[in-house]
Design a protein around this ligand. Structure first.
Ligand SMILES: [Zn+2]
Length: 237
């Protein structure tokens, strides 16, 4: 089958699954943000790859503040507006999901958020631009970004596993699923009988378990599928 025809067929299938889903969980990694011009972490020039070699991150072509959500982020917000998205798990610290309009209650940021501080006593998160160093509870405010070897935030981890277990459709967007415990979440979903969709340009350890696989750019698949879901739901732009 011609590649383009095949892509259309897969978009069609994804749209139907999204439409029929009762507990959709989306899981995102750096790949969704590289399409906004952010550097990735594990690729050949990625931040962590370079750090392992003792190199500093490659300079960014623009500042973090000027980076905007792209069509992939917007597609996920659309799923939230349609009431389809039940939970979003992200490995990204770039704040683009919140910037795009995701409800913080539906979001787990497993590695923290570079625009937020975290209280070491009560766990509350506050914006880091207001210069506060002490929380209302008297606890100390520190960067919410999780470093290597540090435990992941408890609330985010717990909710991620809970929703993975409840999910009937688990869609991975732009993650190579290389790091645990994040990589355990699609397995939890599969064990509960969920369908697994992987949208990622590189290989993942779960490709052979996926029910639907996209290796194309995220922008070439997900937004089209979501547009189709809107039509299935009788919503028009
Ligand atoms: Zn506090």
């Amino acid at each position: 089958m011609a590649m383009k025809e095949d892509l259309e067929k897969r978009i069609h299938t994804l749209a139907e699954w999204l439409y029929e889903s009762r507990h959709l969980v989306v899981f995102t990694g750096a790949g969704i943000s590289t399409e906004s011009g952010l550097p990735d972490f594990r690729g050949p020039d990625g931040i962590w790859t370079r750090r392992d070699k003792g190199l500093s991150p490659k300079p960014m072509s623009r500042s973090w503040d000027s980076v905007e959500p792209n069509s992939g982020h917007i597609a996920i917000v659309d799923l939230q507006r349609m009431g389809k998205l039940k939970f979003l798990i992200s490995q990204n610290v770039d704040n683009l999901h919140l910037k795009s309009g995701i409800n913080p209650d539906l979001l787990a940021e497993l590695h923290g958020n570079m625009t937020k501080l975290r209280c070491t006593r009560c766990g509350e998160k506050v914006d880091n631009y207001n210069g506060r160093t002490i929380c209302g509870c008297g606890g100390k405010l520190v960067s919410s970004v999780v470093d290597f070897g540090e435990p992941l935030p408890e609330r985010d981890l717990r909710l991620s596993f809970e929703h993975s277990r409840k999910s009937d459709l688990f869609v991975v967007v732009g993650s190579s699923l290389a790091v645990t415990p994040a990589a355990d979440m699609p397995l939890e979903a599969l064990r509960s009988g969920a369908k697994l969709v992987i949208i990622n340009q590189g290989e993942t350890p779960f490709d052979h378990l996926s029910n639907l696989r996209f290796s194309e750019n995220i922008g070439n698949g997900l937004p089209m599928a979501v547009k189709r879901v809107k039509r299935l739901m009788g919503l028009f732009e």
